[in-house]
Design a binder for this molecule. Structure first.
Ligand code: ZN
Length: 345
């Protein structure tokens, strides 16, 4: 029996058919190109240079600068959030993604004038299309809990529309005392807490994300590879790493897609999922990230199915709904392109 490598076209079609989740998406980093063009018609007349597959950001500061100089300018009203999210959610559904965890940024509260901040999360929820399960997270920087913004956080974590919280942006300063206190309050409300760590920061920062704010959902977590004890901690505490491969490559968090370590984490028994992070910055959609892992990092269709399954394992969905998606994914395994090619040979 000969073994065939499935073609990229066959893999893309296969990936497109898999039901999937996306559990690491920033709404402000998802601004559609046509809306960015309304802010700056010249700069965005054609797709920006960072959409090119070979583009690499020279450091996180340049990446963050795009938000400050352009994207945040869009997110100043409930109407603008609605218009952007309506398009973003439609794109997500087109990837056969049925469950989405995404964050909106606390800093918006300083930009919306007299509009109550809750109007923003209601506008986001109103943009949800039928068929998409949406869980909305309030995202903030590690030093964001101060002054009026602290009061916004205290209120927002109680809102029904807010499923949880996420610490994002620069992986510094170190986690501050408030995050452990607020994060435990959020969990007491039955909600989920996340934290970005280990995209650029070392294993010890990932350990602190787990032990200090006490999250079981680390965004990225790549740095954990540097310390076997932290890898063991992730396994023991059943931590999920919500990874974003194309983002990792373009921000130089990993040297190349071929060297992306997600397979090493999976082999170590650590649950990983795959998402896009900031599609406006990376020019990616969810199926692109799966395809890149298959064609460049050598992940098999079976591993892609496992990653999709991992997303449903941690999803905030009823058990019966999860079982339905597990069954769909199990059935998809038997139709994997390499298996089909092998059978026909
Ligand atoms: Zn992120």
């Amino acid at each position: 029996m000969k073994l065939f490598m499935p073609s990229a076209a066959a893999l893309r079609a296969y990936i497109a058919r898999l039901p999937k989740t996306e559990t690491h998406l920033h709404l402000e980093g998802s601004l559609p190109l046509e809306l960015a063009r309304r802010i700056d018609p010249v700069a965005f007349a054609s797709p920006p240079p960072y959409w090119h597959p070979d583009y690499r950001f020279d450091g996180f500061a340049l990446f963050q600068e795009q938000f400050d100089s352009c994207f945040f300018q869009w997110f100043v009203s409930r109407e603008n959030y609605f218009e952007s999210c309506r398009r973003v959610f439609a794109d997500v559904v087109a990837q056969n993604c049925v469950y989405l965890e995404c964050s909106f940024h606390l800093g918006t509260a300083e930009r919306i004038g007299k509009t109550p901040f809750r109007e923003i999360d209601r506008a986001i929820c109103a943009a949800k299309p039928p068929g998409l399960e949406l869980r909305l997270y309030l995202g903030m920087f590690r030093d964001h809990y101060a002054g009026p913004l602290a009061r916004v956080v205290d209120e927002a974590i109680t809102w029904d529309e807010v499923a949880g919280v996420d610490l994002h942006g620069f992986e510094r300063p170190e986690f501050q005392p408030w995050s452990a206190e607020v994060w435990s309050r959020v969990r007491a409300l039955g909600k989920t807490t996340k934290a970005h760590a280990g995209e650029f920061s070392p294993a010890d920062d990932v350990r602190r994300a787990v032990e200090f704010p006490g999250t079981r959902r680390v965004q990225h977590g790549l740095g954990a590879l540097g310390d076997p004890a932290v890898m063991a901690l992730l396994r023991e505490r059943d931590v999920t790493l919500d990874m974003t491969p194309i983002s990792n490559v373009k921000l130089r968090a990993v040297p190349s897609m071929r060297e992306h370590p997600i397979a090493r984490f999976l082999a170590a028994g650590i649950r990983c999922t795959v998402s896009t992070d900031d599609p406006m910055l990376f020019g990616n959609q969810l199926n692109d990230d799966y395809l890149a892992l298959a064609t460049e990092a050598g992940l098999t269709p079976a591993t892609l199915v496992q990653i999709a399954r991992n997303g449903f394992e941690v999803a905030d969905l009823p058990a019966a709904t999860k079982q339905r998606y597990f069954a769909e994914l199990a059935a998809a395994l038997t139709a994997a392109p390499s298996a089909a090619a092998s059978r026909s040979s």
